[in-house]
Design a protein around this ligand. Structure first.
Ligand SMILES: Nc1ncnc2c1ncn2[C@@H]1O[C@H](COP(=O)(O)OP(=O)(O)OP(=O)(O)O)[C@@H](O)[C@H]1O
Ligand SMILES: [Mg+2]
Length: 157
């Protein structure tokens, strides 16, 4: 079941990322969608804090993937906006997804055909009628594992 959450500031977005990080396990896949400046990297900063990563998260726009190895488990943060069609192969997307860490993909629609069936999708939307710091977040779990994860997240909130 899809859930909708209102986020009223960047701090609320990072806080939610921190809370979600507590529930994650190796091999989890998060897809972050939404326009430029929607909040995908901001959310990932919170995830990293929640995983115990001290190094500041920078947008991987130019490098496509950044790896953080010092937390509770590795974080593989990708921004595939600049990937050519089918570029997931070259990037080793499958190896990352089948690896030992959490994989976060911004602009996942660009590698849609190379993704597995199960993942958690988070879509950030601005709504300027609600102010510039407002975001609506739609959370959609695909597969039982991610449904359970979201139920837990909502319960503990
Ligand atoms: N509620 C909010 N949630 C997230 N970010 C917010 C919010 N309100 C304001 N902001 C600001 O909006 C910007 C979001 O930028 P961010 O880099 O996270 O976007 P992005 O979705 O990763 O964009 P891109 O597609 O360019 O990578 C930041 O400057 C952040 O401080
Ligand atoms: Mg970003």
């Amino acid at each position: 079941m899809k859930k909708i959450i209102q986020l009223n500031s960047a701090a609320e977005t990072t806080h939610l990322g921190e809370q979600l990080a507590d529930k994650l396990q190796p091999g989890d896949l998060l897809l972050l969608d939404g326009d430029l400046g929607a909040g995908k990297t901001t959310f990932t900063k919170g995830l990293a804090v929640g995983l115990g990563i001290k190094r500041p998260v920078k947008s991987p726009t130019f490098t496509i993937v950044r790896e953080y190895q010092t937390g509770r488990m590795p974080l593989y943060h990708m921004d595939v906006y600049r990937l050519e069609n089918g570029g997931g192969d070259e990037l080793g997307l499958e190896e990352y997804i089948n690896g030992d860490g959490v994989v976060v993909i911004e602009w996942s629609q660009f590698v849609q055909e190379e993704l597995p069936d199960n993942y958690l999708k988070l879509s950030f939307r601005r709504d300027d009628t609600q102010g510039e710091n407002y975001r609506q977040l739609i959370i959609e779990p695909f597969g039982k594992h991610y449904e359970d994860l979201i139920d837990q997240l909502i319960e503990d909130k």
